[in-house]
Write a protein that binds this ligand. Sequence first.
Ligand code: GTP
Ligand code: MG
Length: 371
Amino acid sequence: MKVSWRTLGTVLLEDEILDKAFSRAKKAADRVDDPERVFRVRKQMTRMVQTAADIIATEFQELVSAWPSLDQSPLFDVAMIDACVGCDEYRKNLATLQWASQQVQRIASQNAKKIVRTGRTDLMHEARREAYGRISSIMRQVGPSLVWLSEARETLKQLPKIDPVSPCIVVCGAPNVGKSAFIAALSTGKMEVNHYPFTTKQIHVGHFVHRRLQYQMVDTPGLLDRPMEQRNHIEMQAIAALENIGSLVLFLVDESEACGTPYDEQMNLLEEVQQLLPETELMVVTSKADLYDPLPSMWEEVAEQEEAWRQGGGEGEPNLPLLLDTRGRVCLSATENVGLDAMRLEIVRKVRSARPNDPMQLPEGWYRSDD
Ligand SMILES: Nc1nc2c(ncn2[C@@H]2O[C@H](COP(=O)(O)OP(=O)(O)OP(=O)(O)O)[C@@H](O)[C@H]2O)c(=O)[nH]1
Ligand SMILES: [Mg+2]
C-alpha cells in the first residue's frame, strides 16, 4: 500500500459533523409523506434518528479507513509519524472514532425501537430528542480526537513522499555544501519540494530512472546541522527513518569551504553520520569541483566522455571515468555538469551491490508486464 498523505480529506470537526448530520436528518424527515399523523410522525422520527447516526458513522468509518494503518505502513512512514505526531496518539484517536461510530449506531437503534413501540407522538418526539442528546454527547467526547487528526493531517501533508520499494539515496552533509543542487542536477523531471514538519527547511526529493528502476534521492537539510547531543527526539527519529529508507548514503563534502563549515568540522560530521547509520553503505563525494584551482586533472576528459555519451543517447552502462580529486575522492560539479553522469552510474552500481535482493528480479513463476 502506498500512502499519500496529501490526498487525505479534510477532517470535519465536532460542530461541522453535527450540523451536517442534523440538517440531513431534517431533510429526510421533510420528505416523509403519510396522511395518517401517527404513522407520519413515527416515520419522521425514526428517519431523523437513523439518518443522523448514519451520516456520523459513515463520516467516522471513512476517516478510519482512509488513514493508513500503522501495521501496514512502510517503516519510514511509521518513524516519521512517530516523530511528527506520535504513533500512540495516532492509534488512540482513530480508535476513538471507531468506538464513536458504533456508539452512535447503537443509540439510533435503541431509540428507533422506542419510537416504533409507542403510539403516542409526544413520546416519539421525546425519543428523537433523547437520541440527539446522546449523539451530541458522544460527539463532544470525540471532539478532541477530531481536532488532533485535523492538525496531524496538516503536519503529515508536508512529509516527503518516498516509495519504499524503489532504491533511495540519502544525500547528507553540512549546510550549503550543495545537496539540493546535486539532487536537482541528477534528477530528470521536476524535483519535489517538501518539508520535515519540524523544520522550516525545504527537503528536495528527486528521481532518475535507470533500466526501468526508479531511483529516489532525498536530502536532509537541517537534520545534521547540530552536534548529536543537542539533537532532540524528533530529529533522531527522522534520522532513524532515513536509515530505514536509505539504500545508499551520499555524504557531500565542500572542500572549498565556500559553504562556511571548515573541512575538519565536515569530517566530524561525517563520523557522526557513519555512527548514526552504521548499516547503510556510505559514499563520500566532494561537491563544487569547479572551485578547485587548478581543476582536477581529469576534468576535460570526464567532461568530454560524458558529453559524448549523452550525445549518443545516454544508453547502457558504460564505464565512464569518475572525476577524482587529489585526495582520490570522487568529485563533481553540479553547476558545470561535470562528473554527474559518471556519478549516476556509480550510484546504480553501488545500490545494486548493496541490495541483496533486486526488486526487479521476481520470484519464479511471477511475470512482470513489460509496459
Ligand atoms: N561553484 C559551485 N557552487 C555550487 C555547486 N553546487 C552548489 N553550489 C552553491 O552552493 C550553495 C549551496 O547550495 P545548495 O544546493 O543550496 O546547498 P545545500 O547543501 O542544499 O544547502 P542546505 O539545504 O541549506 O543545507 C548555493 O549557492 C549553490 O549555488 C557547484 O557544483 N559549484
Ligand atoms: Mg538544500
